[in-house]
Design a protein around this ligand. Structure first.
Ligand code: GLC
Length: 753
């Protein structure tokens, strides 16, 4: 007996040591599950429901909610996550309270890191216009580095909503109208945020949002009804989300809208059948702001209990800023609307996320004041912001090679004029999503305005430069106008900076008209009156400027460029950077054409010329866009030739190789985005006239000629048919290659069984 007793002690000690060792061991992929299970076994029902509760921090980005005592809730273990919290020291206090709660489960801090965090980059739509996935990844690597240094663990980005409607305010936040480009951007952004290891102190959990269909709200209105076929959903909406799931995006966020009558937060078809079922995704789904509670407003849930039951059962896990789970989930359990197993599964997903972020190993990993002070707004981050802004700008017109500006040209005196020439306004050149700087009262001197950069740059080159900012509101006096009038009259060239404020676009900022607003085209006419001119557009969405389009020789789309707006614009206008951006969205001639997108069906009666009877067009407008998807000029020129395929027939399953020769036929080195489109011209159902299936951004020296090759797989040739099977049809295909979706070289092949 004695011997056994003696033996028992070392076994007890050993098991204690192993136990301590497991807890003391860093979290690894292998030991997350046993830790999650061990923790769940200890949790009370209130603590479990608490992990599914996300409350608002010190910035509100939606309808206001009650601000109960945050620390008390955290200490009680009834809060799992806090969003939109900017105060660094307060985050430390909150995390201490969480670690001091009964089970010490750390808080995960979520934040809208949309186009930078403290260093602000071009808006996402502008970044997409660069078609440079490496650049986009670098941007979000920097954003994650800053956000994690400031105590954030989770970015509510990338926003992956394809949209064909520029009236929608949030078109600025996505990657435009095409699902293929949107998928590549999704992958780049998730790589940037998440890196290779979520436990790395500089990586953020990413969040694919808004799942799904949010960009197709009727009439371009935010939060509005979405009704579409399963075929269109699969073809045009879901690809970027599937790419995100396959890229390992840690979380997804519900969409506010109903999709075919079902609100995103309680959409089982999306969340369980497709996201978790078909795609096998294992992450955590967070609602959008009070979207669980809004299922009641949609009329799809009766009360908090019903809403909580329907959202949890559909596959939603965490309740953002709504308190619906807090108020309704316990009763949903006791009345049998949900099971304990369903609640536990949602809690598992939250805990897995926290373990994989390393929050249990060190809840203060990203709350290090020294790292924060050493990291935020490093000068090299601004250099990347300047590079990104210049590479996202799109040159739409450049008649007579007016640009780039050189002293050997005909101009000596330049007038810079317009509402966005030197604006100190809040959110100009930025967007609503710059919360890391504070909601409204951030220091706008951090932004380099066009005039601040252009004037010294041009003067150093020997130009004489005047700057006159024209306000668009009643504060402008006739005197301001007369000063600008004189300046423009005395100048050889007038650079007019028009557009919209970044704060006039974004969430809940849809418009019924996308014409340049507040009479800006009249301002343009008034100040240029026939002189050589350049229009620089600061915009968050496609805009209509038909008179300027016709009457000015040079147009540059600058989007909302962020902090380095002025420097990037100067780099492009003087030719330090040769513009290489291409439109990720179609620019219509007028809002009446909307929705207008390049990947449309042919119809049985496509219109060739305006007014052509018995065809699908208009009597009063061409059916074609002002500027097509994928369009953008360079200061050099490129020619396309020798489009060729290895064969004229390919068997199902064989790769299809396409090549084309691209030549830089101009006087400057430049980057070209070579785009590959297909058209399935003999499918079982009507297919788009073009579908983007590849692109390569290549730098070509003056005179350089290069053969660019693409490989198409059977998957590229497949589509969702009317039996909802994803398959390729045997038959004829066209292949198009060019520098935009309109001006292309054509080839063809037959796909055979
Ligand atoms: C907003 C947005 C969502 C954002 C969230 C938190 O309503 O729809 O994109 O991440 O609330 O700010």
């Amino acid at each position: 007996m004695k011997k056994i007793t003696a033996l028992r002690f070392p076994i007890l000690l050993l098991s204690m040591l192993i136990g301590v060792n497991i807890i003391a061991q860093k979290t690894t992929v292998q030991n997350i599950e046993p830790r999650v299970e061990a923790l769940i076994a200890k949790m009370t029902l209130d603590e479990k429901i608490g992990q599914l509760n996300q409350v608002v921090g010190d910035i509100s980005t939606g309808t206001d909610v009650s601000k109960d005592d945050l620390l008390a809730q955290v200490r009680a273990g009834t809060v799992g996550s806090i969003l939109s919290h900017t105060n660094f020291d307060n985050k430390i206090t909150i995390q201490r309270a969480a670690v001091g709660s009964r089970l010490g489960i750390p808080i995960i801090f979520g934040f809208d890191v949309i186009h930078g965090y403290k260093t602000i980059f071009p808006i996402p739509l502008a970044q997409a216009a660069s078609w440079d996935m490496g650049l986009i990844e670098r941007i979000d690597r920097i954003a994650a580095t800053e956000a994690t240094a400031d105590g954030q663990n989770w970015a509510f980005a990338p926003m992956l909503d394809v949209s064909w409607d520029p009236r929608w305010g949030r078109v600025m936040e996505g990657a435009g109208e095409d699902p293929f480009l949107g998928s590549r951007v999704a992958e780049a952004r998730i790589r940037g945020f998440q890196g290779n290891n979520l436990a790395d102190p500089t990586t953020l959990a990413a969040c694919a949002k808004h799942f799904a269909g949010y960009g197709f709200g009727e009439a371009g209105r935010d939060y509005n009804t979405v009704d579409m076929s399963e075929q269109r959903l699969r073809e045009m909406v879901l690809p970027p989300f599937e790419a995100a799931a396959k890229a390992g995006c840690a979380t997804f966020m519900n969409a506010f809208n109903t999709l075919n009558g079902v609100p995103g937060s309680m959409n089982k078809h999306l969340l369980t059948d497709i996201l978790r079922g078909e795609w096998g995704w294992k992450g955590m789904v967070v609602g959008d702001w009070n979207s669980f509670g809004e299922t009641i407003v949609h009329g799809a849930a009766e009360n908090d209990v019903d809403a909580a039951a329907k959202c949890l059962s559909a596959g939603s896990d965490m309740d953002m800023a709504g308190g619906t789970f807090q108020r309704g989930l316990k009763k949903a359990l006791t009345t049998g609307r949900v099971t304990q197993a369903q609640i536990d599964e949602a809690v598992r997903r939250v805990l897995r996320l926290k373990y994989s972020l390393g929050l249990f190993d060190n809840p203060f990993l990203q709350l290090d004041p020294k790292r924060r002070d050493a990291t935020l707004e490093k000068p090299e981050f601004r250099e990347t912001a300047r590079e990104a802004a210049a590479k996202s700008m799109v040159l739409l017109k450049n008649e007579g090679g007016l640009l780039p500006l050189t002293t050997s040209g005909p101009f000596k005196k330049i007038a810079i004029i317009g509402p966005y020439a030197d604006s100190k306004g809040k959110k100009d050149y930025m967007s609503f999503w710059t919360l890391g700087l504070g909601m409204r009262d951030y220091d706008s001197t951090k932004i380099v305005t066009p005039a601040q950069a252009l004037k010294p740059t041009l003067e150093k080159m020997g130009f004489t430069v005047t700057v006159t900012e024209i306000c668009l509101d009643a504060t402008c006096t006739e005197k301001d106008y007369s000063v600008a009038r004189t300046a423009s009259r005395d100048a050889d060239l007038v650079i007019v900076c028009l557009g919209e404020s970044g704060f006039d676009c974004g969430e809940s900022r849809s418009v019924s008209n996308i014409q340049l607003n507040k009479d800006q085209e009249r301002i343009f006419k008034f100040f240029t009156s026939g002189k050589p001119s350049v229009m620089v557009l600061f915009n968050s969405r496609p805009m209509v400027f038909d008179w300027v389009s016709e009457n000015t020789p040079a147009i540059l789309v600058a989007w909302q460029p962020g902090f380095e707006a002025g420097n990037a614009l100067a780099d492009v206008l003087v030719g330090k950077v040769n513009p290489s951006g291409k439109l990720p969205v179609t620019f219509p001639r007028n809002v009446g054409q909307v929705p207008l997108h390049y990947n449309h069906l042919n119809t049985g009666r496509p219109q060739q010329t305006t007014g052509q009877m018995w065809t699908s067009g208009y009597l009063d407008s061409p059916a074609t866009p002002a500027y097509p998807f994928g369009y953008g000029l360079s200061y050099t020129t490129f020619s396309y030739s020798n489009i060729s395929m290895t064969k004229s027939q390919y068997k199902m399953g064989e790769s299809v190789d396409v090549s084309v020769t691209v030549t830089n036929t101009g006087d400057l080195a430049g980057e070209e985005v070579v785009q590959l489109y297909i058209q399935d011209i003999s499918a079982d159902i009507s297919r788009p006239v073009k579908e983007l299936k590849g692109f390569q951004k290549v730098m070509l020296a003056k005179g350089e000629r290069r053969t660019i090759s693409f490989r198409l797989t059977e998957k590229d040739l497949s589509y969702w048919n009317n039996e909802l099977k994803f398959k390729a049809d045997a038959g004829n295909f066209k292949v198009y290659v060019g520098g935009n979706s309109r001006d292309v070289k054509e080839a063809g092949f037959e796909l055979i069984r």
